[in-house]
Write a protein that binds this ligand. Sequence first.
Ligand code: UT7
Length: 326
Amino acid sequence: MSRVVRSVVTGVGGYLPEGVVTNDDLAKTVDTSDEWIRERTGIRQRRKAADDQPVSDLAVEAARRALAAAGRTAADVDLIVVATTTPDLTFPATATIVQRKLGAPIGIAFDVQAVCSGFVYALSTADGFVARGRSKCALVIGAECMTRLMDWTDRGTCVLFGDGAGAVVVEPVEGEGTTEDRGLLGFALRADGTKQDLLYVDGGVSTTRTTGYLRMQGNQVFRHAVVNISEAVTAAAADAGLEVSSVDWFIPHQANQRILEGVAKRLGIDEHKVISTVAEHANTSAASIPLALDQGIADGRIKPGQLLLLEAMGGGLTWGACVLRL
Ligand code: UT7
């Protein structure tokens, strides 16, 4: 095998805003119950950003923690990709706001919009820069204030989402070109625009000129999630030249505990290999995977050198998977 440059995740960080909203809190204002939410979704609580806390603040905090974990500083960063559906402003990109707040030097900065799949899409985008020698130190951030998109009278959606941010530092490292290399080893990205009506926001700059509210046909999305994610995961593993069975940890997008378990079962992944944060974080869209990764590292389960499988599905519909060795 010839030596190749791999995009390696060298640091991970997460940030959750302080405000906690429990299921009982929501049951005071919408027709729902702690029991229904826990049984149908596994969610016990979610975090809510303060009114004066924009998504860039969450992203910056996660980025600082990821840089510290990688032993880097903002001065090293030459690429920032932010996956978000809830930007501070329509423009500029939240990534450039993060660059300014971090004090990172002039470099490349832009946002990726693939809703809940955003982090996997952003990671793949950054891989294109890092593995081709166009970035020496990239920040890939998933950051969301999903509570700002909620219709608080719609019990079918408002109980599901939360706010937060997760970040990774990605750096080029030479590998042997084998599956033992550290780095992003395989991807599968998918989109099907014909399924827009299943999950979307009913407002936008060039249509209603409003922000709009999240609308979802939950049970339809649920069905697509379990079936489509399994195909993408198998394709990402094949892209890496690996079997799904060799994965040490499965770190799915955290939408619903029943989806996590359904996908794991379909793929034959042992339940003990699944990292789940859905109970405490709820669905933080593009932030959920890096937050779960951060949690798994912080509590000592995920270790350097282990093989990780990430997957997500969201509005679009978009979905995708990534196999990486930490
Ligand atoms: O990250 C992006 C992707 N999003 C997802 O992956 C979400 C996917 N979908 C889901 O997680 C689930 O479909 C939900 C949690 C949204 C809903 O669970 P479900 O088992 O599919 O329930 P359902 O939509 O079929 O609704 C069953 C019943 C309905 O009542 P009726 O019509 O049977 O009387 C709903 O009105 O549950 C009712 N319901 C609620 N009841 C209490 C819906 N939301 C609530 C609620 N509290 N919060």
